[in-house]
Design a protein around this ligand. Structure first.
Ligand SMILES: NC(=O)c1ccc[n+]([C@@H]2O[C@H](COP(=O)([O-])OP(=O)(O)OC[C@H]3O[C@@H](n4cnc5c(N)ncnc54)[C@H](OP(=O)(O)O)[C@@H]3O)[C@@H](O)[C@H]2O)c1
Length: 260
């Protein structure tokens, strides 16, 4: 490929809570362009107004083929040098399996699982030594989680995919990091369930998660865990039988579930 290609970061879910924190981290890097991806075009243009012309708004619905195609076309025409790919867009509907439509199931799997894999595969040919892939998984990837079942399972997929990809990339100088935060204070969290205010143990700020993730990715770590709370959780679920782990989880969320 040609020299002097634009040093580019591709950030999905750029308009959300964690997305903005990553955007602020990326603005500290030596980059020419940051492709900011989400569905809502107005919010993307607001990001550009706020953060400047390095931010390239790219409206795309990553749950469908056309959205992925939009990024694929941009790669083919602009031929960037992709320094960062941050697969951060995510869907997290909570509730019983009974509350999910077929469409919601498709969309969750497409955005949380398919999109990170497709974008990684599309971007790697445009990456060079020192390029970083960050896939935003979750601490919920450590165990099966009833009532955030689909979300947790999709995040386990993302975590396993990233860590194994990191091994496959050895020797290229490109790394892949699964970012596994606990609860983060963003709009994604459902603040009230069945009239009860929800408590999120170990809640952290998006800025803290993004800063730690960038640091860990630069070190080439295959996983980024940001707080002591999540580190302990990770250790505990490794040591305990999964049935017991799920019982503890159910004891914690029981009060939010409606009487069956
Ligand atoms: N918040 C937490 O407690 C927490 C904990 C662990 C992991 N995470 C993970 O962190 C990531 C970011 O979460 P967040 O808390 O920042 O969520 P958020 O505030 O709800 O932001 C979600 C972002 O994803 C975009 N998005 C959603 N569906 C999309 C689609 N189909 N196509 C393209 N973009 C889409 C949204 O923009 P549009 O709506 O405009 O498309 C928005 O920019 C997610 O992967 C989440 O699973 C969050």
């Amino acid at each position: 490929m040609e020299e002097n290609r634009e040093k580019t970061a591709i950030l999905t879910g750029a308009t959300g809570g964690l997305g903005r924190a990553f955007l602020e981290e990326l603005l500290k890097e030596e980059l020419d362009e940051i492709w900011a991806i989400a569905r809502n075009e107005k919010s993307l243009f607001k990001l550009r107004e706020q953060y400047g012309e390095k931010v390239i708004p790219m409206a795309a619905d990553l749950s469908c083929r056309e959205g992925i195609k939009r990024v694929e076309e941009a790669l083919k025409t602009r031929l960037p040098q992709v320094r960062y790919l941050i697969n951060n867009a995510g869907m997290a509907k909570m509730g019983s399996y009974r509350e999910f439509s077929v469409e919601e199931i498709h969309q969750t799997i497409n955005v949380n699982c398919k999109a990170p894999v497709l974008l990684s595969s599309l971007c790697i040919p445009y990456m060079e030594e020192g390029s970083r892939i960050l896939n935003i998984s979750s601490a919920s990837a450590f165990q099966p989680n009833p009532y955030i079942n689909l979300y947790a399972a999709s995040k386990a997929f993302e975590r396993n995919y990233s860590r194994a990809l990191n091994v496959e990339l050895q020797g290229t100088g490109i790394t892949a990091t699964a970012v596994c935060p606990g609860w983060i204070d963003t709009e994604l969290l459902q603040k009230e369930i069945n009239g009860r205010k929800v408590k999120f143990p170990g809640l952290v700020s998006a800025e803290r998660v993004a800063a730690q993730a960038m640091k860990d990715a630069k070190k080439g770590k295959d996983m980024s865990v940001c707080s002591l709370y999540v580190k302990c959780q990770h250790m505990n679920v490794k040591l305990m039988p999964q049935r017991l782990v799920m019982k503890i989880w159910m004891a914690g969320i029981g009060k939010y579930l409606e009487e069956e």
